[in-house]
Design a protein around this ligand. Structure first.
Ligand code: KG4
Ligand code: ZN
Length: 335
């Protein structure tokens, strides 16, 4: 069966066609970064309008590239939330219309759940239990998955998401928007030990995160250096900030695995494209006896293949979403 996936929760318009649940036939993304760059962040109204323009041509291209037509599709999966409401509505209107017009079943999915399902493309889901670390522009959370589709949130950020912190610090360092990939690149030639930034909540005894203290510490450091007439070494600062974030992500993730007794950890979300986070979690996790699963970088950031993969599995077990489903900008992963 071919499942169509549609993802429009933020600033990527994405369409994918997945065969038999896990094989990618098409995975297309129209980026809008150039439209938001001058504002230094995603402008919701601009994002929604850009989705309207990009979605139909992208759908036509996915079908054209694969030689498939609507009659070949067995279902349509779409992101319901969390995300920007106007942006979500565009993808949902398209998915509902296609379902209504062709009679194929509709399945609405949670974007955060889809992020760690990116691990299952190609090989399918492993047996639970496992812990998932989901780190994106809007979320940072550790989740215990005892059974497939069942989520228990172990901890999450109390303020900014990790991706947001990367973007804000990148902006402060003049690295542009979106800042995460640029900061990652700048950090490669820097010394992670150059400046010792706080490891927020590392010893807090729980699995929650906080990024705002680190962000303020970077800002204070930059101001103090400038006030003293010293120039900022961008690679050193980027590497030092990145190391502080990565240290906390790694220690909390290993702690979550210890507390739940799982042997496997899955990573998902845009920040998992970060080279240092991937490297450290794989090295430290393996040394702790854990199996660490990381999606390819291109499947970490927003895409529709992960949406179609999760949607296909939910359709397979008989789940269906009614046409009256509403977009939910705050859709929780667990009650
Ligand atoms: O999952 P995602 O594509 O969208 C959301 O669901 O939010 O994540 C986007 C976030 C942005 O904050 C972006 O800067 C960050 O992921 N990101 C990175 C890297 N690539 C993307 N952060 C650090 N290093 C990267 N290489
Ligand atoms: Zn995302």
């Amino acid at each position: 069966m071919i499942t169509l996936g549609i993802e429009t929760s933020c600033d990527e318009t994405a369409v994918a066609l997945i065969e038999d649940g896990f094989t990618i036939r098409a995975n297309l993304i129209a980026r809008q970064e150039h439209l938001h760059e001058r504002f230094g962040g995603v402008v919701p109204e601009v994002a929604a309008r850009a989705h309207v323009e990009a979605l139909n041509p992208l759908l036509a291209q996915a079908l054209g590239d694969t030689g498939l037509d609507f009659g070949d599709l067995g279902g349509v999966a779409v992101t319901v939330g969390p995300g920007l409401v106007g942006a979500l509505l565009v993808g949902m209107a398209a998915a509902k219309s296609l379902s209504l017009a062709t009679g194929m079943p509709l399945i609405g999915v949670n974007h955060l759940e889809a992020h760690y399902w990116a691990n299952f493309l190609a090989h399918g889901p492993p047996d639970p239990p496992y812990v998932a670390l989901i780190v994106s522009g809007g979320h940072t959370m550790l989740v215990h998955v005892r059974e497939v589709f069942h989520h228990e949130i172990l901890g999450q950020t109390l303020d900014d998401a990790a991706g947001e912190a990367f973007d804000k610090v990148a902006r402060l360092l003049g690295l542009g928007f979106p800042g995460g990939p640029a900061l990652d690149a700048a950090a490669r030639t820097g010394n992670p030990g150059a400046v010792r930034f706080p490891r927020a909540m590392e010893g807090s005894g729980d699995l929650d995160f906080s990024m705002s203290g680190l962000k303020s510490a970077v800002l204070r450091h930059v101001k103090a250096e400038r006030a003293a007439g010293r120039s900022i070494d961008v690679p050193d600062l980027a590497a030092s900030f990145q190391e502080a974030i990565v240290d906390v992500q790694v220690s909390k993730t290993l702690d979550a695995a210890r507390r739940t007794g799982v042997a496997r950890v899955l990573l998902g979300g845009g920040v998992v494209a970060n080279s240092r986070l991937r490297e450290r979690l794989q090295a430290d996790g393996t040394a702790a006896g854990l199996e660490i699963r990381v999606p390819p970088k291109a499947l970490c950031t927003d895409n529709a293949a992960m949406v179609a993969c999760l949607g296909a599995a939910r359709l397979e077990r008989g789940e269906r979403t009614g046409l009256d489903i509403a977009a939910d900008p705050n859709l929780p992963l667990a009650p």
